[in-house]
Ligand binder design. Structure first.
Ligand code: PEP
Length: 249
């Protein structure tokens, strides 16, 4: 069975004090063998978090990056830098970055290549803005453009996160069958491109209450979690659920 992954996307939240307490609690009696925890703090806290975690059991992700090499780009962070400070993952294509930083499908393809060249694994987010007609075309286009020019041998280093934009931070969540439907669409798209080891995870208003049903019913390999990941008790409960969920992927 593929190892499941839990991406804790802290977005623009946290402080030195908050991360101190959070990481202390999370690592207490940490014993999850089937699930990899990946923490994505805001850029200024990456190094601090790295020094507080056991990197053999918890991984570190950047929340975004640009595809460019070092140079005159005030405010930007590239994949080389994330790798340099100890990240082994980067989240790309998150809908908040697509909107706030104008990250489009062309940036996606370039940044995926740059991340792979800098030894980063990728959590690539795709998803429709509004539930309903046209969603499948949007998702397929996002997956295909992200993988443009990427060699199939990298398939296990890429994870596709299906995150319907309308479900992120809203408390709204698709029916499990709808998530399964989109997971199957993404799986078929990846398969046709020859990406057979690429994991598929779900994100959007996941919490302790709804996680088990999605995990077992939608054949996914894990989750990206925003709001509910910022409480260490929640994270431990969710890791526990994932550890023992009977998913069939
Ligand atoms: C996210 O931002 O990736 C996310 C899934 O957020 P939330 O869990 O808060 O919906």
């Amino acid at each position: 069975m593929l190892k499941k992954i839990f991406v804790a996307n802290w977005k623009m939240n946290g402080s030195l004090k908050i991360f101190d307490e959070y990481l202390l609690q999370i690592q207490k009696e940490y014993n999850y063998k089937n699930t990899e925890l990946i923490i994505a703090p805001p850029f200024p806290y990456i190094n601090y978090v790295k020094n507080l975690i056991d990197t053999k059991i918890i991984s570190l992700a950047g929340q975004t990056a640009v595809s460019f090499n070092d140079g005159a780009r005030t405010g930007d962070v590239n994949c080389r830098m994330l790798s340099d400070v100890g990240c082994n993952y980067v989240i790309l294509g998150h809908s908040e970055c697509r909107v706030n930083h104008n990250f489009d499908n062309i940036d996606a393809a370039k940044t995926v290549l740059s991340a792979l060249n800098n030894n980063l694994n990728i959590i690539f987010c795709v998803g429709e803005e509004k539930s309903g007609l046209g969603a499948d075309e949007i998702i397929v286009e996002q997956v295909v453009s992200a993988l443009e020019g990427v060699d199939k041998s990298f398939s296990s280093r890429i994870t596709i996160a299906y995150e319907p934009v309308w479900a992120i931070g809203t408390g709204l969540i698709p029916e499990t069958e709808q998530i399964l439907d989109k997971r199957n669409l993404i799986f078929a798209t990846l398969y046709n491109l020859g990406f057979i080891d690429t994991k598929i995870i779900y994100g959007g208003s996941v919490n302790v209450q709804n996680m088990k049903l999605i995990m077992e019913g939608a054949k996914i390999n894990g989750f990206i979690v925003g709001k509910a990941c910022m409480d260490s008790d929640n994270v431990k409960k969710m890791l526990e659920i994932m550890e023992y969920a009977e998913n069939i992927s």
